[in-house]
Structure formats: C-alpha cells, structure tokens
Design a protein around this ligand. Structure first.
Ligand code: HEC
Length: 133
C-alpha cells in the first residue's frame, strides 16, 4: 500500500513538472538571423533604387522629350529599365555598355561627361553585378 502512495506522489509531481514545461515561462524565442547573402556572394546594386534616380536627375534634359540620340529615359523605374536593359546600352560588361561609357566620359557623348561623384561607379557596379532590377 505504501508503494502505491509513493507511486501516486511520484506521478503527481511528475505530471506537475511536465505541465510546467508547457507554461509561458519557457517560451521559445526564434533567433533573428541576418538576411542570407546572394547565392553568388556578390552585392547587387539594384536599378530601381540606385540607378534610376541618377538617370532621372542627370539625363532628362536631353534624354527626356528631346530624346537625344533616340534615347528617351522618361517613365517609371520599370519602364526605363526595359528601355535601357538591352545592348548596346547595357551589355554583360560595363566596358561595352554605352549607358555607362558615354555619360562617364569614357567615350564620345553628345552630352559630354554627365555623371558626378560616385554615380558612374554606381552604374558600373549595377551593370557588372548583373544589371538586376
Ligand atoms: C546635355 C545633353 C545630354 C545629357 C545631359 C545626356 N546626354 Fe546622352 N546623349 C546626348 C546626345 C546629343 C546624344 C547623341 C550623340 C551621341 O550618341 O553621343 C546622346 C547619346 C547617348 C547615348 C547613346 C544613344 C544611342 O542610341 O546611340 C546614351 C546611351 C546616352 N546618351 C546616355 C546618357 C545618360 C545615361 C545620361 C545621363 C546620365 C545622358 N546620356 C545625359 C546628350 C546628352
């Protein structure tokens, strides 16, 4: 009979113990991880937030309604992306992309050198990083 009481007490505390594990005091807090780097390990300069504003600020005086050289850069980020993301404006390398070379002053351009400060580098890294939107 005494054994039975022991068993009962053990079972009671055992259950109490198990129950306490389910309580809120042991809530699992998911760790916050930094965003995973791109699979190829490269940082990609995005067109929509980094390159598009440069084009809108620097090019529209001649490549707006006037469309110098047949290039019109007016429109939404998505629209302008479709206009420029093709050869010869943007190729697989900045070294052959007119959108980089001409306004950077690295080849003849009706508008001369247009990019200021780090803008040319931004456009270069966008093209060499795969010209992502
Ligand atoms: C002051 C006027 C002017 C500005 C500002 C200007 N351009 Fe131009 N651009 C021209 C003229 C004129 C041509 C046509 C002659 C030539 O191809 O160089 C031209 C041609 C081009 C071409 C070749 C077009 C083709 O179809 O062959 C590209 C690409 C270009 N510009 C990019 C740009 C970009 C990008 C900007 C802004 C960062 C810019 N340009 C700013 C005047 C300008």
């Amino acid at each position: 009979m005494q054994k039975l009481i022991y068993l009962f007490i053990l079972a009671f505390f055992g259950l109490a113990l198990l129950n306490s594990c389910e309580s809120d005091t042991f809530q699992y807090i998911a760790p916050v991880l930094p965003p995973a780097p791109p699979s190829d390990g490269k940082y990609h300069t995005p067109f929509s937030t980094q390159v598009y504003p440069i084009l809108q600020n620097r090019c529209l005086t001649c490549h707006g309604a006037a469309a110098s050289g047949g290039l019109n850069l007016t429109g939404s980020a998505a629209g302008v992306y479709l206009v420029v993301d093709k050869s010869p404006y943007v190729t697989s390398s900045s070294s052959t992309s007119l959108l980089y070379l001409k306004p950077a002053g690295l080849t003849t351009h009706g508008g001369g050198t247009v990019y200021k400060g780090s803008e040319a580098d931004t456009v270069k890294s966008w093209i060499d990083g795969g010209a992502r939107y």
